[in-house]
Design a protein around this ligand. Structure first.
Ligand code: DI6
Ligand code: FE
Length: 407
């Protein structure tokens, strides 16, 4: 007997070749936190009451995989609302940075904060994401910029995943910005020097860097990636966000799980990503906040079969975003993704961007029973509405999230 059977659902399995992998009149069985059966109810191996200890009728509601936010900087101190106001009064990023603002002000606030206050600050942001059905999230460091404070951020990220019913994948982003008392060359070497301890701590599931003229060069990034590879840590890259330094191709050369942002990525970069199986993570919230106008090469990603994911980039500067559903809307409206591509971008392809494609991201037998039940008529509504949350409930590893933890 299965633990639980959900019947009369419309399934967007996000697997197979049909649009949304849809199954009408579908049923899903959960056993030991995994999906034990997925298919049309008419093909169940017996009467429902003989198959599972408990049965729920979904009344024709849609079920999708649990949503995955595969790129965030969720753990940080302070916020940058004052910088937002200064920018609206005409101050440029450069002026703000020279006056000690920008990313370095977040570094200062993060260094000053202890683990408990970082945890308490991140909690409502994470709760907002989870309220929309996010069951897996990636969280980067990158506001510590030295070993002590980078590890502190990573510990808080891990702790969020042990206290709340959500899977947290952590990423060491030591090479995010150059600390005020250093330069890019010297600091990138100290990031390389941090790698053995970061790896030994077990606190990082991957390594990321910001390859950009205002951050780290391709050569410096490559040295950080070599150190990651030496410690068997997979890599990801903030690539080609403000200019084309060949970041996408560099990421692909290291077999990166993903290359992220990608507004300025060239055809060569796209081809290299396709060859390497690197996921393109698009971040429409940062595109919006920075009033970017250059579009990532979407048509080329499609033509080359590069999987496209969408994420919030949740951070205090370029993307103070805590809604993944809003990213579906922006992914469609700004980037002309289809609603199906947008949903694949926060399920199947987001799982691949985190190396979780074997266990998460689709409704298939054997995968972790992370799923969302929605009050919608068609899955396109998830991307269509703006600022509306139709989540009825979500399961994390088979357990209803509201029962697992009161947010
Ligand atoms: N690119 C971004 O958009 C964020 N980091 C990065 O490398 C910005 C982070 C911040 O402004 O605090
Ligand atoms: Fe980012």
């Amino acid at each position: 007997m299965w633990d639980h059977l959900y019947r009369d659902g419309r399934l967007a399995t996000m697997a197979g070749t049909d649009p949304y992998g849809a199954i009408d009149g579908g049923a899903i069985a959960v056993e030991g936190g995994r999906l034990a059966w997925v298919g049309p109810e008419s093909e169940l191996p017996g009467p429902v009451e003989t198959l599972a200890r408990t049965v729920s009728d979904l009344g024709g509601r849609w079920i999708t995989p649990g949503l995955i936010d595969c790129h965030t900087h969720l753990v940080y101190g302070g916020n940058r609302a004052a910088e937002f106001e200064l920018r609206l009064k005409g101050a440029s990023y450069e002026e703000i940075a020279r006056a000690g603002g920008g990313i370095i002000s977040t570094v200062e606030a993060t260094r000053q904060a202890d683990e408990e206050s970082l945890f308490q600050a991140a909690l409502p942001r994470l709760a907002a994401l989870m309220a929309e059905g996010v069951t897996t999230i990636e969280i980067k460091s990158g506001y510590g910029l030295n070993l002590e404070h980078e590890l502190k951020q990573l510990r808080v990220a891990r702790q969020l995943g042990t206290v709340l019913p959500i899977t947290v994948k952590t990423t060491f982003l030591g090479a995010h910005a150059v600390p005020p008392d250093s330069d890019a060359e010297a600091y990138s070497e100290s990031v390389v020097a941090m790698m053995p301890e970061v790896a030994a701590s077990g606190l990082a599931d991957a390594v990321d860097a910001f390859c950009e003229s205002i951050a780290f060069s391709p050569e410096q990034t490559a040295r950080v990636f070599q150190a990651a590879r030496h410690h068997r840590l997979p890599v990801k890259l903030h690539a080609d966000q403000l200019s084309d330094l060949g970041g996408a191709a560099l990421a692909a050369r290291f077999g990166a799980l993903s290359a992220d942002h990608l507004e300025y990525t060239s055809e060569d970069g796209v081809a290299a990503m396709a060859e390497a199986g690197t996921v393109a993570v698009l971040l429409p919230g940062a595109f919006y906040v920075l009033r970017e106008t250059k579009l990532p090469p979407i048509e080329s990603f499609r033509a080359n079969g590069v999987p496209i994911a969408l994420a919030t980039d949740s951070n205090p500067g370029s993307a103070p975003v805590t809604s993944l559903l809003l990213m579906l809307s922006m992914g469609c409206t700004f980037f002309r993704l289809t609603p199906e591509e947008a949903l694949a971008g926060v399920t199947r392809h987001a799982a691949k961007a985190l190396g979780l494609q074997d266990t998460h991201g689709t409704l298939e037998v054997g995968k972790v029973a992370d799923l969302c039940v929605w009050d919608i008529e068609t899955p396109a509504e998830l991307a269509y509405r703006v600022g509306y949350n139709p989540l009825a409930f979500a399961l994390k590893a088979g357990v209803p999230i509201s029962e697992a933890h009161r947010l």
